[in-house]
Design a protein around this ligand. Sequence first.
Ligand code: BG6
Length: 466
Amino acid sequence: MLNKNFLWGGATAANQMEGAWNVDGKGISVADVMTKGSVSQPRQITDGVRAGEEYPNHFAIDFYHNYKEIIKLMAQMHFKCFRMSIAWTRIFPKGDEKEPNEAGLKFYDNLFDELLKYGIQPVVTLNHFEMPFYLSTKYGGWRNREMITFFMNFAKVCFKRYAGKVKYWMTFNEINNLIDTDNPFNAWTGAGVLYQDGENIEQTMYQICHYQFVASALAVKAAKQIDPELQIGCMLHFGPIYPHSCQPEDLMASVKAMDRRFFFSDVQVRGTYPAAVNKIWQRDKIQLDLTDEDLLIIKGGAVDFIGFSYYKSTTAQADQDGDFLELPNPYVPKSDWGWAIDPVGLRYILNLVSQRYNKPLFIVENGFGAFDKLEDNKINDDYRIKYLENHVVEMMKSIELDGVKVLGYTPWSAIDLISASTGEIEKRYGFIYVDITKVRQGKSGFIPKSSFNWYQNVIRTNGACL
Ligand code: BG6
C-alpha cells in the first residue's frame, strides 16, 4: 500500500497554459517569442514579438482567466497536489526591477487559495522554461553573473509571499537539458541564451550551469531562513540511456552518457562538483568564473528532494572516437512523435537515482503526447490510460518491492496545453481536453477524457485498483 499522504496530482507550466501574456503588467518572456512548430518543423525564436508570427504561448489555454473551472475539474479527480510554475515576468516583468508587480503576486495568491480550498497542495517550479526576455537582451541571460541576483530577488519574493501556502518548490525545470547544446531550444528556454557563431559553446554552457547551481543553492538557503519547513528540490530530465548492446564499450558509453545527466544532480544533491567534470574542464581547457565562495554556497545549498521527469528511454552505442551515438531501443514501441514507450525504464531510473543519492524522489512529469479525437463531445484515450497505468504499476513496484522513497506522482499534464518542443496544442497530454476554438470564443471548452475517470479511480483508491 502506498503511504496515505502520497501526492497524486498533475503537472503544468505557466508559459504553456496561462496565456494572458501581456495582461496585468506581465512582461515578455523568452517563451513569448517562440513561434508555433510541429513534429517536422522546429519552433523559431524571434528577436521580439513580431507582427504576422504565430506565438502559441500568448493565449495558450487561457488558464489565467479559466483557472477556477479547471481547478474544480482537478478536484473532481481528487488531486492531492498540482504542479505548476510561477511566470517570472508576472512578478518582475523586465527582471531587474527593485519592486515586484503586485497584480502578478495577487494572481498566484488567488490561484493558491483556490487550490487550497479543495485541499490541493501547490507544488511550484520557480523557473520552468521561461524568464524575462529583457534579461536575455539586456544582460545576455545566464551568461551573466548578475542573473543570480535577479533570480534571487524573484525567489525570495515568492518564498516570502507564499510560504504559508506552498511547501514544495523546485528551482530550475529540467536543468540538465543545458548539457545538450545542439538544440538551441535548451539554452534559450533554460537560460535566455542563444549561442553565437565562433563562441566556445561548451565553456558558456558550463558557466550558465555554474551560475544556476549557485542560484539554486542560495534559493535553498533563503527558503529555509524564511521557513525551515519548506522543501526545495532540483528538477531533472531523467530518461535513462541504456547500453545499446552488452558489448563492454556500449556499457561504458551508457555510463558516460548518464554522467552527463547526473552531473547536475550530483552538484545539486551532493553539493560538490563530480570528479569527472573537473577532468573534462582540464581536457577542454574550460575557464570559468567560479570562486571558492561559490563552492561554499553550493555545498551549503543541497536540495531536499529530487524532482524529475520521465517520458522515454534511449540507448548509447560507443563510437570510434570514444564518444557515443544515441540510438533508439528496438525493443520498445514509440509514440507518434517518436518517443519510446518504456514503463520499466521508470522503475529502473527510480532505483538508480535512489541508490545514487538516497533522497526522496518526486516524479513531477510523465505522460503520453498524442493526437486525441473529439467524437460526440467525448475523448476515448485508452492509449493514454495504458501508458499511464503501466508506468504507475512500475512506480508502485519500485516503492513496494524495491523500497524507493517516492513523494508523489504528477503526470504531464493535468490538462492539455501547449507543447514545449513543438508549440502545438495538438500534442495532447492532459486528462482534460481543451477545445481551443471554444475557449477562444470565451465559452467553456474543457472536457474530461476517459483517462480522467481512470485517474480519479486511481487516486481514490490510492493506487490499489491497479
Ligand atoms: C518536459 C517539460 O520536457 O516535457 C515540459 O518540462 C514539456 O515543459 C514536456 O511540455 C513534454 O514535452 P513536449 O515538448 O512534448 O511538450
